[in-house]
Design a protein around this ligand. Structure first.
Ligand code: ADP
Length: 584
């Protein structure tokens, strides 16, 4: 199963740049506040340096002490207040950016072509909507603001050191090569590790979700131990990829810590020597050494948040990757001039080299009822999907009124052809909202007319709030038949001239099915209907029957013609009749 794409670093960077551009004024305000706070944090070390200088030269008076203590006190208070304000701003900004990212991601998930989702499986998408969004939230809410703050503090502290004594400050640079080289090596080795970690989580949640979703099949086919082995394998993969990144951190962290200690020792020794030889004052030596101790904290945060930023970057790449899947469907197209559907020499394969449809040619006239029959695996559902324009043929073409289905924008396509299957999803929301999905601009009257057309008015009226009643898991629970009626009412609203029915009534008990067929026939009235027939009486009632065997059309004609032919259809029909068939 192929995964959805992962954005390359160029795309991720341009996405991040756009985000920054959109929030630049807020970002600058927040950073300026942090900068002022950082300046406040620089005052104590300078004061201590001054006091030390004065004390060693015996010039310390009680007024001076009062002044310095007052300065210490005020700067600490100002630092606390400003940091609070800045932090508040950064959290608000973080939430805003995160909300925006989440909304953009949701929009791209909803815009994904159905076929891509099916190809990638739900596990990958599930992991992106959970694990990656979660990781992204930590990055945007904490890592990025903390990192930027630490960067501002580092730069300002370094500037302060230079202002106090450029000569003494030089010694602090000894840590730079160690930090730079070790961090570069770390990122080089750790980045693919983090990527592997995220992919392993996705695979694991995919396997678990698929096992849970297909629990019955797993049970029936005795696949439990196979699935267990698979889950164990996925866990092992996750474990080893986590161990790998842990090992990388285990090597890298001690190097970083040693580099800090080295910087402090070097500055203390060097500035001490300079002070003893009267190149700089004791005060300057003290202040610069204290600044080196102080700068270690933001540098430490810069490097330790790199980890989280890495994870955030890989997650962002996976989130942005979804938007890189382009729906190759055009947004504009020419409107077909008639309603005839023409299938010419269509081939289709799920895997290359294995065609499941082979050379299908067929013309369906407006208003015709065509039944497609054939053994399981013959390609009926596949042909149904192609006729509904969900997928495009590998070779050949399917057109409506001379316009290829694949070249029509989705909204236009749905006004012409729609697929009706047995899967009906009720969305959380009101009855009205569930129907308006088909046509957002529909009026209440239009919605009521559609409900009336499918015989659903009676139960909708009986709901406590009529059209405004809440449905879905948290609201009113519909029966499968009612859910199907809503799906049919949606169809009435979209009003396509051609319907492809795939086992549309198979899941419902016979009595409800009869009732539904009544609603269905109201919907089918006057439209072209292509029915994938699982019960042969549908074929019996159709204008023409198309018998599909092994991806090819074996027979095509009316029920009577095909029975008279004594071929495949005739024998299917005989065996179906002799089995006592259900209700003909
Ligand atoms: P029918 O509806 O007549 O039972 P289908 O159209 O479902 O037949 O399937 C036709 C062939 O295509 C079968 O061999 C089936 O295994 C294969 N097939 C169907 N869906 C997929 C898929 N998503 N991926 C790969 N092969 C598929």
């Amino acid at each position: 199963m192929s995964q959805l794409p992962i954005a390359n670093s160029k795309l991720v960077r341009s996405h991040a740049r756009t985000l920054i551009r959109q929030h630049r004024p807020e970002l600058l305000r927040m950073l300026s506040l942090y900068a002022v706070a950082a300046v406040m944090a620089l005052i104590p070390a300078w004061v201590i340096g001054e006091i030390t200088g004065l004390a060693t030269s015996h010039k310390l008076t009680s007024q001076r002490i009062d002044l310095y203590v007052g300065l210490l006190f005020t700067s600490s208070l100002a630092y606390a207040g400003l940091s609070f304000l800045a932090r508040r701003r950064s959290y608000i900004l973080g939430e805003k950016v995160f909300a925006q990212l989440r909304e953009e991601f949701l929009a791209s998930v909803l815009a994904l072509p159905l076929i891509e989702v099916e190809r990638a499986g739900t596990g990958d998408l599930l992991s992106r909507t959970t694990n990656d969004i979660e990781a992204m939230s930590r990055t945007v809410r904490f890592a990025v603001p903390e990192w930027l703050v630490a960067l501002v503090q580092t730069i300002l502290t370094f500037i302060a050191m230079i202002l106090v004594s450029p000569l003494a400050a030089v010694a602090s640079l000894v840590s730079i090569p160690f930090l730079y080289l070790s961090t570069r090596r770390y990122l080089h080795f750790a980045t693919p590790g983090y990527m592997r970690e995220r992919i392993s989580y996705a695979t694991l949640s995919g396997t678990v979700a698929e096992t849970a979703e297909g629990a019955r099949t797993v049970d029936a086919q005795r696949l439990a131990s196979r699935q267990e082995t698979r889950v164990n394998h996925n866990i092992r993969e996750s474990f080893y990829s986590e161990m790998y990144t842990l090992l990388m951190r285990l090597i890298w962290f001690p190097i970083v810590e040693s580099a800090f200690a080295l910087a402090v020792a070097a500055t203390l020794g060097w500035s001490g020597w300079l002070a003893l030889n009267h190149h700089i004052s004791i005060a300057a030596a003290t202040t610069v050494t204290l600044y080196v101790v102080q700068i270690n904290d933001p540098i430490d945060r810069i490097v330790s948040w790199l980890d989280e930023l890495q994870i955030g970057q890989t997650s962002l790449a996976r989130l942005v990757g979804v938007s890189a899947v382009h729906d190759d469907r055009p947004t504009e197209g020419v409107e077909p001039t008639n309603e005839t559907i023409t299938v010419s020499d269509v081939y289709y394969s799920y895997r290359s080299g294995h065609d499941v449809l082979r050379g299908i040619t067929l013309t369906i006239q407006p208003g015709e009822r065509l039944a497609i029959v054939g053994p399981t695996g013959a390609g009926k559902s596949t042909l149904g999907r192609l006729l509904a324009g969900i997928d495009a043929p590998r070779a050949g073409s399917i057109t409506v009124g001379d316009v290829a289905l694949s070249s029509m924008p989705l909204t236009m396509l749905r006004r012409h052809v729609a697929l009706v299957t047995q899967e009906h999803h009720i969305f959380i929301g009101t009855v009205g909202e569930n129907l308006a999905l088909a046509k957002p601009e529909a009026s209440d009257e239009e919605i009521l007319r559609a409900l009336d057309a499918v015989d659903a008015m009676e139960w909708v009226n009986a709901l406590p709030d009529g059209l405004l009643s809440q449905l879905g898991t948290t609201g009113f629970q519909l029966t499968p038949a009612q859910a199907q009626q809503l799906a049919l009412a949606r169809l009435v609203m979209t009003d396509p001239h051609t319907l492809v029915l795939d086992e549309a009534t198979a899941l419902i008990d016979p009595r409800a099915a009869r009732h539904l067929e009544h609603s269905l026939s109201a919907v089918l009235e006057g439209r072209t209907v292509i029915a994938i027939a699982h019960r042969l009486h549908t074929a019996h009632d159709a204008d023409r029957v198309c018998v599909l065997i092994d991806g090819r059309i074996a027979e095509l004609g009316t029920h009577e013609e095909l029975v008279a032919l004594h071929g495949e259809y005739a024998s299917l029909w005989r065996s179906w009749r002799s089995e006592g068939a259900d209700e003909v």
